[in-house]
Write a protein that binds this ligand. Structure first.
Ligand code: AMP
Length: 370
């Protein structure tokens, strides 16, 4: 069975690596010829809107899936009678626009922060008057904190618009959160749902640095799983879906969703019975889902900008090294490391001691296990 993957970044690469033991084959489509995915499976290079290439990707494929959600949906709709897309294109379209995402959360009863669409100065002044301090974000194509401007006072309104103006925008309430979490789960073509333990995430400058799992109280994890299941059922979703939340006073506030495997789930490769990548493939190919049970207490640290010394890291017992095969560049995710320990306390002690080496020069906040 062949799976077509749109986008050949590290997520696609790890998907392929998880799929080979299942006997699957892969084919990528990406704009670049130099990609993490292209190093492990055949790659078609060209534009995501190139119908000829999309048809070649789909030819003979059991299903076409995504490692990146910001792909123009219209050219894909034109192919929908030739090949199956998973996740469904409606979920992709909703996740591409922060406004439709927030409206979806509201409609489905998933708690989220206050927000307002912004098209110019007057909208923004009105939104600030109603909502107070917040964040102005581009509705589309924002990631890793890009396309965002923090608004603390009225004096920030004009600079925020100047920085982001032109594009459709969303203004949302700033949440002084206690911590950030994400929930990852899969729904299969048979309607089976499997959800992983909650992830506790730490972002620095908008980029994920550290994930620890399992995280939070059982009640918090159950609430997050309920919200996730509601969105999965709404779309009759197939594949892995992620929702990121702020946590404040023990309550979940949805920030955004990603219709794909997620950086905060990389720990599942070594830290869970079945990885998020394998479960995504099982889900979209109609196979039984694998257990999402954790194998201990995991910590995942992103390697950003430059790789630290590999030999020293590999000398650490139980440290798993993932190099995505990307060239170093400031702010670029080029790999990650995972550690799995028998207790949360031991994991925290070890990862704390390792952070100065894995994220040199970066002060990574270390909230108490929620
Ligand atoms: P996003 O691209 O929306 O996930 O934002 C990246 C990161 O910026 C989040 O994970 C938060 O750490 C921070 N952030 C974004 N929006 C807000 C908000 N409304 N309140 C507080 N922090 C935020």
């Amino acid at each position: 069975m062949t799976v077509g993957i749109i986008g050949a970044g590290q997520l696609g690469r790890m998907m392929a690596l998880a799929g080979y033991p299942l006997g699957l084959d892969f084919r990528f489509l990406d704009r670049s010829t130099d990609t993490p995915g292209g190093q492990v499976a055949p790659l078609l290079a060209g534009d995501f809107t190139d119908r000829r290439l999309l048809r070649r990707l789909a030819r003979g494929a059991s299903v076409v899936t995504f490692d990146w959600e910001n792909v123009p949906v219209e050219p894909l709709r034109a192919l929908a009678d030739k090949v199956e897309f998973a996740p469904p294109l409606a979920a992709l379209a909703a996740a591409q626009d922060r406004l439709s995402e927030k409206r979806l959360f509201e409609r489905l009863g998933v708690p989220t922060n206050r927000f307002a669409p912004v098209e110019g100065e007057r909208d923004l002044a009105g939104a600030f008057a109603r909502i107070g301090p917040g964040v102005l974000k581009t509705r589309r194509l924002g990631y890793d904190g890009k396309g965002q401007f923090r608004v603390r006072s009225r004096a920030d309104l004009a600079p925020a618009l100047a920085a982001l103006g032109g594009a459709p925008l969303l203004y949302e309430e700033f949440v002084p959160f206690d911590c950030e979490v994400s929930v990852i789960g899969a729904r299969s073509t048979r309607g089976e749902i499997a959800v992983y333990p909650l992830n506790g995430n730490v972002h620095v400058d908008g980029i994920l640095r550290l994930t620890r799992a399992p995280w939070g109280t059982p009640a918090l994890a159950r609430a997050a799983a309920r919200h996730l299941a509601r969105v999965l059922e709404h779309f009759r979703y197939t594949g892995v879906l992620t929702i990121e939340f702020f946590v404040r006073g023990g309550r979940l506030i949805a920030n955004e969703m990603a219709p794909r495997v997620h950086n905060s789930g990389h720990w599942t490769i070594e830290g869970a019975e079945t990885s998020q990548f394998e479960n995504h493939l099982r889900a979209i190919l109609g196979m039984p889902l694998g257990s999402t049970r954790p194998r201990g207490h995991a910590a995942m640290v992103n390697l950003i900008g430059e790789l630290p010394a590999r030999a020293a890291a590999l000398g650490e017992p139980g440290l798993h090294w993932h190099d995505y095969g990307k060239s170093p560049r400031p702010g670029r995710k080029i790999g990650h490391c995972t550690l799995v320990e028998a207790t949360a306390a031991r994991r925290d002690r070890r990862v704390r001691a390792l952070l100065p080496r894995l994220a040199p020069g970066v002060r990574v906040p270390f909230p108490r296990t929620g």
